[in-house]
Design a protein around this ligand. Structure first.
Ligand SMILES: [Zn+2]
Length: 127
């Protein structure tokens, strides 16, 4: 899923929000490598849903670290925000989790049981 592309400045230094997207996709690469190393039935052979949860969590922490204003899937409703600079510190974990849950619900509504498919079910593993 593509992340939003709003631009945000940190002081005078322009920050490219694409970095969060790179984190999201980078997490998928780490997940794919775990699957390639472990193969079918291994701990790396996780569902698409779990992979998205991991990737959006990574992206949210990167967005926070970069001081981005908000972070959510491109074109999504605000209930899918996984990061908002305006959130109170005590609410961050809860709101981040709620945003990720709403993304997964949205994707499950849209893609159905495909979200529960593991790497091995989506791709034939090459030894
Ligand atoms: Zn993704």
């Amino acid at each position: 899923m593509r992340a939003n592309q709003t631009r945000k400045k940190m002081g005078k230094r322009p920050v490219c929000p694409q970095v969060s997207t790179v984190g999201h996709e980078g997490d998928h690469i780490v997940q794919a490598n775990a699957w390639l190393d472990g193969g079918e039935g291994s701990v790396g052979d996780i569902s698409h849903s779990l992979r998205e949860e991991g990737a959006w969590t990574t992206g949210a922490y990167i967005a926070q670290a970069l001081g981005m204003k908000t972070y959510q899937p491109y074109g999504s409703e605000s209930d899918q925000q996984v990061w908002n600079k305006g959130w109170a510190a005590a609410d961050i974990a809860t709101k981040m989790a709620a945003g990720i849950k709403n993304i997964l619900n949205y994707m499950t509504n849209r893609y159905g049981s495909a979200m529960e498919k593991t790497f091995s079910e989506e791709h034939h593993h090459q030894d």
